[in-house]
Design a protein around this ligand. Sequence first.
Ligand code: UD1
Ligand code: UDP
Length: 370
Amino acid sequence: MSRTKIHLITAARPNFMKVAPLFHALTREPQIEPRIVHTGQHYDANMSDAFFRDLLMPSPHVHLGVGAGTHATQTGGVMMAYERVALEERPGLVIVVGDVNSTLACALVGAKIGVPVVHLEAGLRSGDRTMPEEINRIATDAVSDVLWAPSHDACINLGSEGIRQDRVDLVGNIMIDSYEALRPVIEGDSTRCDLGLEHEDYAVVTLHRPSNVDDAQRLATLVRNLLQASRNMCVVFPVHPRTRKRLEEFGLLDELERAPNIRLAAPLGYVQFMNLVTGARVVVTDSGGVQEETTYLGVPCLTLRENTERPVTVTHGTNRLVKPEQLTEAVAQTLNSARRPAAIPLWDGRTADRCVESLKRRFNNLGGKS
Ligand code: UD1
Ligand code: UDP
């Protein structure tokens, strides 16, 4: 019996922890041949290779090497490169994850050459179309055949856009699968210790949204507030490449580097980063995934955004949306807040299994009963 090829598209840092559990689950299915396609959207070792190592994935089976560029250059580049591969390999399915430019590019290719497209993390909406990711989410969901939603609100969003519910399966949050699979390794990691940090006595910061870091004035306000917050507690800040570039360009990097209580670092691997997050007093971020991880762990999270496509992290979790000028005060308030892990339905470490069940139910050639 020949196996059905499934392309799993990876591209940027937040994709790897979503693809890994699914890759491992699909590998256990004898009738399926999962193949990892890396578009190359993120290419530095600490934004890509490190995650393959941490998440125990093999090197990508196909690497498109597209790299950085404007939205059109990057999206178009991935489309052209992936179309060639998809026409040659003719996968039975393509699975795209999240909301980055490569997600939309590969979904469009699959939809146009007649390969069924499945979107993992479908239905999230911030309602803010100035965010490039919101455009990617809406367009990807519109052209995908099967929509795997992480939470109930995502199903409602899809319904309100006229998407038929028989295309939607509520599977849960796959990032929690990655965390649970690596929990013992994360807990045993020495990063926190190596940095001399005391449990719940420091803040972790991540920033990379263009709305925060590409605007000189906004970034300067954020830096000022981080410097102020660092008077009360040590701040560990692994700097995303987009952010490092902007800090340099706007002349803000030196001040951060000189601050006695701020530790700047290169982007960290998944295990190292999660080791820091699990022990943090508070996390300050604009990352989508980090809002979810902190909610799951009950670590207080301050999100520097006007809105979030992950509202359950605010209504059920530890997340709070804050403005830059509120940051110092908000960080201080976390000194008195207790940890509160949230129990969100299907954020349980078993999402990849539900994805495989969904595939078997929906596609006859994947070993299902029908
Ligand atoms: C991308 C995603 C964003 C996601 C983020 C995760 C889009 C539109 N944006 O944003 O949704 O939250 O990834 O981190 O898809 N760079 C490097 N090395 C790398 C990667 C990037 O130096 O390995 C630099 C390049 O100069 C590039 C810039 O960072 O121009 C931005 O990279 P890009 O992938 O375009 O967007 P991100 O800001 O990383
Ligand atoms: N992350 C990491 N190292 C870091 C910063 C983040 O491993 O230095 C992980 C984080 O735990 C989460 C994912 O990267 O799993 C989120 O990616 P990112 O913030 O780049 O993208 P977003 O989720 O905003 O799209």
